[in-house]
Write a protein that binds this ligand. Sequence first.
Ligand code: TYM
Length: 331
Amino acid sequence: MSSRPRVLSGIQPTGAGKHLGNYLGAVRYWASMQDENECFYFIADLHSLTITPDPAELRAQTRKLIAELLAMGVDPDRSALFLQSHLPEHAELGWVMSCLTGFGEASRMTQFKEKGGGNGGNVGLFNYPILQAADILLYQANRVPVGEDQRQHLELTRDLAQRFNHRYGATFTVPDPYVQKTAERIKDLQDPTAKMSTSKGGSGTLWVIEDDRATLKKVKSAVTDAGREVTYDVDTKPGISNLLTILSVVTGTAVPDLEVQFEGKGYGDFKAAVAEAVLGQFAPIRSRFAELVADPGYLDEVVKHGAARAREVASVTMAQVRDRVGLLPSS
Ligand code: TYM
């Protein structure tokens, strides 16, 4: 067994694909963590069932996402890449954890509230963060690279790990969130007060996989303001601030340096620079994706291999949990 820190993260397969926020907020860190950590990355297909997707679409999107993740830099030789549903341990530990979660505690989760939970929402949405906690704890993960919007779910995970350990004896590693400063919320280009999201879609969302011309057009028509200065101020200039964040993260240049660079230049020049940077970042990903998606047999092989590796860890944790909580062995 490796002595490197263990990293785990997940991503949902629903929607037209993955967007710039998923990439800048999470997946590019997944890729960069592979040398120094033992990494487990998975597609949260069980979580996606909370929006009851069309079965054929879910299958197609899951395959597409395997190719997208590989194209974005997840390396199956260095990381276990797998599908959550291939390991029943996720749902099983989710049940155990739901029995340790307070009803009020689960009701307070903002994502549950935002998604209309309690108000015609399904019980899966309510249980969503508890299954997420199980995903993380099964692998005894030390670090969980996610975007800012997942922070509250990680707090719940830590609470549940501590609660379990306190009640049944030391069992789980209490994970640290790994929310990079740069992994800020990337906002929707048409509605820069809301986060860029799969569900919103539309012309404010930059898909990692789409035609270059579509990306260009969306950046050029991003909502700005009546002013002329390229300066960062989330309250009065949310659109320009969002584009500055994107350019800063993509180019690795600090926002104040970008403000100096674009002093006296108009929004048109600035947007052209943002579009160029984003297209440059996406170019190798897009060409690699085209190769990968043409080989579904390879994609299936990758996740099969990843699941076998994941099972080695998840089955050990789950056996320990069953024993700790007092379930009798089956043989
Ligand atoms: P998901 O599929 O919604 O998003 C995947 C990752 O992308 C990040 N992200 C963003 N980052 C910056 N700006 C944005 N606009 C933006 N939108 C999304 C998310 O923070 C996330 O890191 N619940 C998780 C999936 C999950 C999971 C887990 C994650 C299930 N189990 C266990 C970590 C560990 C989700 O819905 O991600």
